[in-house]
Design a protein around this ligand. Structure first.
Ligand code: S3P
Length: 182
């Protein structure tokens, strides 16, 4: 469990009311966003879901019909809606921090928390879900682990700009709440 920059642990939660959950697909960002939002009694949102509503297509359809670069623009646009929101927890997509200066933007506009699950856990969770996930849908189970390791290596420079870094067994609601200063 690590605070990566100068977050004051005793700042009341209202000061950390813009929470962005960051991390690889399969890390449980949406699950933790729901749990945390319930605990903080604020809105919990899922960026992929909002993009799907806005585009009236599934993420898989957007990738297939419009391409990844279009998806990344839509993602950056919907992310910036949160400049106007007062209190929220947002589960971002696995690639969100790596495009259109989104990581910088999130760090300017709230508290970023990296949910850093191991490659083994990610691979086990994602195996049965490959079909809905455009980046991994054509991979065999064996290829999946290599792909995830490579993606994580590419993304680490972005993810590691998060203010809070929670790894493996440290990923639980008690720690998240403690670290954001409730
Ligand atoms: C992606 C992760 C997905 C979704 C899209 C691309 C990625 O979100 O945004 O399929 O680049 O890792 P989740 O991390 O919520 O699965």
């Amino acid at each position: 469990m690590q605070i990566q920059s100068s977050v004051n642990l005793h700042i009341p939660v209202s000061a950390h009311s813009h929470i962005f959950l960051i991390g690889m697909m399969g890390s449980g960002k949406s699950y933790w966003a729901k749990q945390l939002a319930q605990k903080l009694k604020c809105g919990g949102y899922d960026l992929d879901y909002l993009i799907e509503m806005n585009e009236e297509k599934s993420i898989a359809e957007i990738f297939e019909e419009d391409g990844e670069s279009y998806f990344r623009k839509a993602e950056a646009k919907v992310l910036r809606w949160f400049a106007e929101k007062k209190i929220f927890v947002l589960a971002t997509g696995g690639g969100t921090p790596c495009f259109h200066e989104n990581m910088e933007w999130m760090n300017k506009n709230g508290t970023t928390i990296w949910i850093d699950e191991s490659i083994d856990v990610l691979a086990e969770r994602l195996k049965p879900e490959k079909e809905h996930r455009p980046l991994i849908k054509n991979l065999s189970d064996n290829e999946l682990k290599d792909f995830l390791s490579q993606k994580l290596a590419e993304r680490r420079p972005f993810y590691s700009q998060s203010v809070i870094h929670l790894k493996d067994d440290d990923i639980n609601l008690k720690n998240i709440v403690k670290l954001i200063g409730e």
